[in-house]
Design a protein around this ligand. Structure first.
Ligand SMILES: Nc1ncnc2c1ncn2[C@@H]1O[C@H](COP(=O)(O)OP(=O)(O)O)[C@@H](O)[C@H]1O
Ligand SMILES: [Mg+2]
Length: 249
């Protein structure tokens, strides 16, 4: 399980996160939700120590990430950033780079097999010899997700992973992430703006407002009062075939 305890962070005098505490179980998908500038990306990058929090700690299975060496941290926590640059290498090579924390002298058969299997699961086999810098924004986003999955991490951090994907790829990719989380006991944090997508793929919902936790819990947390408080908009919740949907306005 992952525990975030009393996490605070400031960019200079700009206090962005204030005393954030919450935890998630193994295999759970947690939606990180909130307005632009609320501190979602900052929170995610404090979890994997790209940013060093001013105070507080993050524990994964009881071990503080601040105690892990860089290689251990790279194996334990995989991350797909909100903004990404495409390098001039093939899709397959970029997946192999995801295995880097495991590779000692040479790439092993297991590394190759794991990459091939993730490519297959994500329906990316036809892309394996394509160059990253020649992919569309959505194709690149899928490849970066695949690169995170080949790490076989305990925690997966996805910052707006569907922003460039068409609706089919949005739902398919997130269904794949959810399945991978359950099958491989990965705790996933997903920064999302689409509340209906969050309802489909997340077990728990963390609403961030002005750097503070506004609400955290299961599906009942997604309700008109919280949506109004966090986003300042009116919303209704509807149920179709037993599934919950948010209608804005
Ligand atoms: N590198 C940075 N230096 C200074 N301020 C930053 C930096 N990155 C983000 N911020 C500020 O911190 C706040 C939170 O940003 P961010 O975590 O990116 O929000 P979100 O991901 O929720 O949109 C914003 O006000 C943003 O302008
Ligand atoms: Mg962000």
């Amino acid at each position: 399980m992952i525990e975030i305890k009393n996490l605070s962070f400031a960019y200079g005098k700009n206090q962005v996160l204030s005393d954030i505490s919450f935890s998630a179980e193994t295999g759970e998908c947690v939606g990180i939700l909130g307005n632009n500038g609320a501190g979602k990306s900052t929170l995610v990058t404090c979890i994997n120590r790209i940013l060093t929090p001013a105070s507080g700690e993050v524990l994964i299975d009881g071990l503080s990430v601040s105690q892990m060496d860089r290689n251990e941290l790279a194996k334990t926590v995989a991350y797909v950033a909100q903004k990404n640059q495409a390098y001039s290498c093939t899709v397959f090579d970029s997946l192999l780079m995801g295995r880097k924390p495991y590779i000692k002298w040479a790439v092993s058969d297991a590394d190759l097999e794991i990459c091939a299997s993730v490519l297959k699961k994500m329906d990316l086999e036809d892309y394996q010899l394509r160059r990253l810098d020649e992919l569309s924004g959505g194709e690149l986003q899928k490849v970066l997700l695949a690169r995170a999955l080949v790490k076989q991490p305990k925690v997966l951090l996805l910052d707006e992973p569907t922003s460039n994907l068409d609706p089919k790829n949005q739902y398919e990719s997130m269904a794949m992430v959810r399945k991978a989380a359950k099958e491989n006991n990965i705790t996933v944090f997903i920064v999302l703006h689409d509340l209906n997508l969050a309802l489909r793929c997340c077990d728990r919902f963390f609403f961030l407002k002005d750097g503070k936790c506004c609400s955290y819990g299961g599906i009942e947390t997604v309700n008109p009062a919280t949506i109004k408080e966090v986003y300042g908009i009116d919303a209704e919740i509807a149920e179709i075939n037993g599934r919950k949907f948010v209608a804005i306005g």
